[in-house]
Design a protein around this ligand. Structure first.
Ligand SMILES: *Cc1c(COP(=O)(O)O)cnc(C)c1O
Length: 406
């Protein structure tokens, strides 16, 4: 069996990190174990597995061999002690909160978290007696002040969805450490290829595996990684809560991890090319991409990321007196003019995905909530796939032309 080592490159770990000698019949790929339950002839052995003193599986809500391959590969990629998996990214995030927080605790976070996370922070945690303070996303001084007032956890997401704001993880982790708070980072946009929050001082890193990790928009999942003591507590809660990753999805996600570094290199390159094209286009207003030197978070991103990711956002230039009908019509014509993009929610697929955040990532928020989070209704999020960059640029150019022809 191949032992993953932190000295290995990320593509080696993505391919070999989860490989176990336990695949039956010498199979080089762990099959999908659909079986829900695992049988034992020997009562003592059964008891030892159930008590966790001997490796093995009891019931697939707790552990499953196919799911374990995904967890081990993630663990190898992240270079950490422990990993656990979930049915979705939101299950990973909510299980982490509910496993580690108690009534009376305080969480400091930012306004621009993923829509579902924002709902947990603003609705469910307060109902459960947890105080939540959300700071303006790029205001690091405000975050440090709030962290300094004392808190249990600091919850970060960077780059943010959908305007790609950048948080300085090392800086915020330092003030969290002084306050004795846990640092949790949603690393979905960056992946372990582009950003390594645990090495920047975070305690836990969280993922929606549905996005870049799986990479093909055909399986949902989530993961949480970090020190064994923390991950174990989250796993103990998830076992009972039941938000377990399905073995079929785990198989597809593990296949995705094998090409993660290759895909991210292409996503990074394509997004940079597309962003630079959009910046110079007369029909385009603001372009949000951390790889652009004009982006307010560019310097921090260059320090803490090894690639700027595959997601960007932009607005269409709209001159003349404000007119919601005209803008809506333009966005409709632009989206309708694209041939190489699914007009769909989600991101991080091999295929380009495009949509306004008001119907995708932030559909859970009201227009007022979106305005408070700094998301204009005219914004378009563009998740750049692994297609040929020249083809994408030609496609965008044509659709921008259609949007502006009157
Ligand atoms: C999609 C997403 C989530 C939620 O993941 P699901 O798999 O859809 O539950 C959480 N955080 C970020 C940044 C996301 O993009």
């Amino acid at each position: 069996m191949m032992q993953p080592s932190p000295k290995q490159g990320l593509s080696t770990r993505g391919v070999w990190g989860g490989k176990a000698a336990s695949a039956p019949e010498g199979a080089t790929v762990m099959p999908v174990f659909h079986g829900v339950t695992f049988a034992y002839e020997d009562l003592d052995e059964w008891r030892q597995v159930a008590e966790g003193t001997r490796p093995g599986h009891i019931y697939s809500r707790n552990t499953n061999p196919t799911v374990q391959v995904f967890e081990r590969t993630m663990q190898a990629l992240e270079g950490t002690e422990a990993a656990t998996s979930f049915a979705t990214g939101m299950a990973a995030i909510s299980n982490t909160f509910f496993a580690l927080l108690s009534p009376g605790d305080r969480v400091v976070s930012i306004r621009d978290t993923y829509g579902g996370t924002n709902r947990i922070l603003t609705e469910f945690l307060p109902e459960w007696g947890v105080e939540v303070t959300l700071c303006a996303t790029e205001d690091h001084e405000a975050m440090e002040r709030e962290i300094g007032r004392g808190c249990t956890a600091v919850y970060l997401e960077t780059p943010t969805n959908p305007t790609l704001k950048i948080l300085d993880v090392a800086r915020l982790a330092r003030s969290a450490k002084e306050a004795g708070a846990l640092v949790m980072v949603d690393n979905t946009f960056a992946t372990p290829i582009n950003q390594r929050p645990l090495e920047l001082g975070a305690d836990l890193v969280l993922y929606s595996a549905t996005k870049f990790l799986g990479g093909h928009s055909d399986a949902m999942g989530g993961a949480v990684l970090g020190a064994r003591s923390l991950v174990e507590r989250i796993f103990r809660y998830r076992e009972i809560n039941g938000a377990s990753l399905d073995p079929n999805s785990a198989f597809l996600l593990s296949r995705g991890l094998a090409t993660l570094e290759l895909r991210m290199e292409r996503h990074n390159r394509n997004a940079q090319r597309v962003a630079e094209f959009l910046v110079g286009h007369p029909a385009v207003g603001d372009v949000f991409y951390p790889g652009l030197p004009s982006h307010p978070g560019h310097d921090v991103a260059r320090e803490q990321m090894s690639g700027f990711g595959g997601v960007l956002a932009f607005s269409l230039r709209d001159e003349g007196p404000p007119d919601e009908g005209r803008l809506h019509d333009r966005i409709g014509r632009f989206l309708g003019g694209l041939r190489l993009a699914h007009r769909a929610a989600s991101l991080g697929s091999v295929a380009t995905l495009v949509g306004p955040p008001s119907v995708t990532s932030h559909v859970e928020l009201t227009p007022e909530g979106r305005a408070r989070a700094g998301i204009p209704e005219s914004l378009i999020r563009y998740s750049v796939g692994i297609e040929n960059a020249e083809d994408l640029i030609r496609d965008l150019d044509g659709a921008l032309q259609e949007a502006t022809d009157s």
